[in-house]
Design a protein around this ligand. Structure first.
Ligand code: HXC
Length: 534
């Protein structure tokens, strides 16, 4: 409506009607905006009663204060069907946009369970697609907070199409921007592929669950009765399936940990990870290293204590702490520079490599390589786990995955051999032969096809069987074998170890190595892509 007579403006007359309507429009806008932000308070209370936060509360926990810019808050579904007819909530059940973590840009979406159970329809999916496209275009990490009943039933194929669009973008973004998926409620059916495709997946114990088919379907198909948690709770995926990177007890600590992880990651594959000021690590000798590791090759110790001594402030982020704990992977800083550390864990299964350990380390090595994060490998490994179960389930294939991941990694690579490094496991743990740039070894290193006793048992089986004193002979032969083939300088004399270092120099030698390799560039042969033994 315009001021004036018969709709014609009268010169000089104040435009009162349009001024009033602007005020009204702004007031209407403010009220609507408040309603959108408040959402459905009764449903939000039900969330809180379950120990869950609302989508907006989660974003507030995740992002720097007041940094969130929302996109498409007015988006609504265009669907027809039961329950959706006449109910077209704004946001369509997902809060999407961008904010910062420690001042660095990230793109985010948070599914809102209070709207149609967070289920995904075409509009909901389109918002997630947009966030992912912008993350790729701007070279920023993308973080998805999942809490959803899955494909919105009333939207049929459009919902499935929406999921497909998410998966395709995740694969496109893989190795370009870091992707983090946080599961804070149900994540069922094909929806679970989204966390599965992410680089890091977080889950909260008790409220989060992931499965392809829920307990009802399982019972109908096989008669097996399982609870939601037994089927796909945080314990299952954190400890057994290996799908989840980190398990938390509550949403606050989970989202705080996501912030910590982001602080260690580059924003994209073309930028370096954020550095902190150097710590003088190149001259930081630490006698404690030698106290942490027993000299006898079979005595266990905790590799994480060594890791704490190696990295700045003893701080590290450990993916898959609960899955395959016989190998430890960690993101940390050495002299301010972010590194990925892989270490055998002698306190679990004697640090042997099994299927799960090989898969865990392979995925970690590939992530670090994709994002330019140097690798430090701490070796103390008796070999691969023998046995029919491992063989039948594919330990050769999984071991080959780790081998492949290291072989194709072009980031700076440093190997530190603490004690034993036997057989194929020595080769796989970033040996010189598969391309490590710098191999360091402690004087306690034992690199061989197998341990001295095992070697003697094979080589001198007949002599031992014929001997009147087989134990004494075995000891003598083993000592001779160890002296000839496993002495501390054996590999270094042959150029397979670059230097034998005092354990106290582990941090300083690694820091110097990282500085030396910082500008490493490599160019492999041209190809579309290799064919990793998946
Ligand atoms: C539409 C849904 C929905 C869905 C839940 N709701 N899931 N609406 N499509 N997929 C609605 C419910 O009708 C309910 O609406 C509200 O959300 C809350 O759900 P409740 O069941 O009351 O909550 P709760 O008891 O906590 O149970 C949550 C749940 C359950 C375990 C997620 O809702 C459930 O089993 N949903 C179906 C899960 C599923 O099978 N999804 C499809 C998976 S297949 P009202 O109006 O009552 O509040 C899939 C394919 C993806 O996702 C393929 C990709 C390739």
């Amino acid at each position: 409506m315009t001021a004036g007579v018969n709709g014609r403006r009268i010169d000089g007359l104040p435009d009162r009607a349009s001024a009033r309507s602007m005020r009204l429009l702004r007031e209407e806008h403010r009220l609507l905006r408040r309603q959108i932000v408040e959402g459905r308070p009764e449903a939000a209370d039900r969330q809180r009663a379950l120990g869950k936060h609302t989508a907006r509360e989660r974003l507030a926990l995740l992002l720097d204060e007041d940094s969130f810019t929302e996109i498409e808050p007015y988006r609504r579904h265009q669907a027809r069907g039961p329950k959706v007819d006449g109910d077209r909530p704004y946001t369509d059940g997902v809060i999407a946009g961008s904010g910062t973590i420690d001042g660095r840009r990230v793109f985010v979406y948070a599914q809102d369970f209070t709207v149609f159970g967070g289920s995904l329809g075409a509009a909901h999916a389109a918002k997630i697609h947009k966030v992912m496209d912008l993350a790729i275009a701007t070279g920023s990490p993308v973080i998805g907070l999942n809490d959803s009943g899955g494909a919105r039933i009333q939207e049929g194929v459009l919902a499935l199409d929406g999921y497909g669009g998410i998966f395709r973008r995740e694969v496109e973004a893989s190795g370009v921007v870091p992707q983090i998926s946080v599961v804070l409620g149900p994540c069922a059916g094909g929806a679970a592929y989204s966390p599965a495709l992410a680089d890091f997946t977080f889950m909260v114990r008790g409220t989060a669950r992931m499965y392809l088919t829920g307990p009802d379907v399982v019972e109908a198909v096989s008669g097996e009765r399982v609870s939601h948690d037994e089927l796909g709770g945080a314990e299952v995926h954190g400890e057994r399936s290996g799908l989840v990177t980190v398990v938390h007890e509550d949403e606050e600590s989970c989202l705080a940990d996501v912030r910590y992880l982001v602080s260690l990651l580059p924003s994209n594959n073309l930028e370096p990870a954020p550095r902190t000021p150097p710590r003088g690590a190149a001259t930081d000798d630490r006698p404690r290293f030698a106290e942490l590791v027993p000299v006898e090759p079979n005595r266990p110790y905790d590799i994480k204590a060594v890791l704490e001594e190696l990295v700045d402030d003893g701080d590290f982020f450990e993916p898959h702490e609960l899955w395959a704990p016989n190998v430890v992977c960690a993101l940390a800083r050495i002299d301010g520079e972010v590194v990925g550390v892989v270490g055998n864990q002698p306190s679990v299964l004697a640090g042997v490599l099994d299927r799960a350990a090989a898969q865990k380390a392979a995925r970690f090595v590939r992530f670090c390589d994709a994002f330019g994060i140097p690798l430090v490998t701490l070796v103390d490994v008796p070999g691969f786990l023998p046995g029919a179960e491992q063989e039948h389930a594919g330990i050769i294939r999984h071991g080959a995955q780790l081998l492949y991941a290291y072989c194709e990694a072009t980031v700076p690579r440093i190997q530190v051999i603490l004690r034993k490094a036997y057989g194929g496991a020595y080769i796989v743990m970033d040996s010189r032969s598969i391309g490590t740039d710098l191999s360091l070894a402690w004087p306690t290193n034992e690199i061989a096809v197998m341990g001295a006793e095992g070697a003697v048992n094979v080589l001198f089986r007949r002599e031992l069987a014929a001997s009147a004193e087989p134990e004494r002979l075995r000891r003598e032969l083993a000592a001779d074998y160890a002296e000839r083939f496993m002495h501390p300088q054996y590999a270094a004399e042959r150029g397979l170890v670059d230097d034998v270092i005092d354990p106290a120099q582990t941090r300083s030698a690694v820091a110097r190595g990282l500085a030396m390799l910082r500008d490493k560039r490599t160019a492999g042969p041209r190809r579309k892509h290799g064919n990793m033994p998946l």
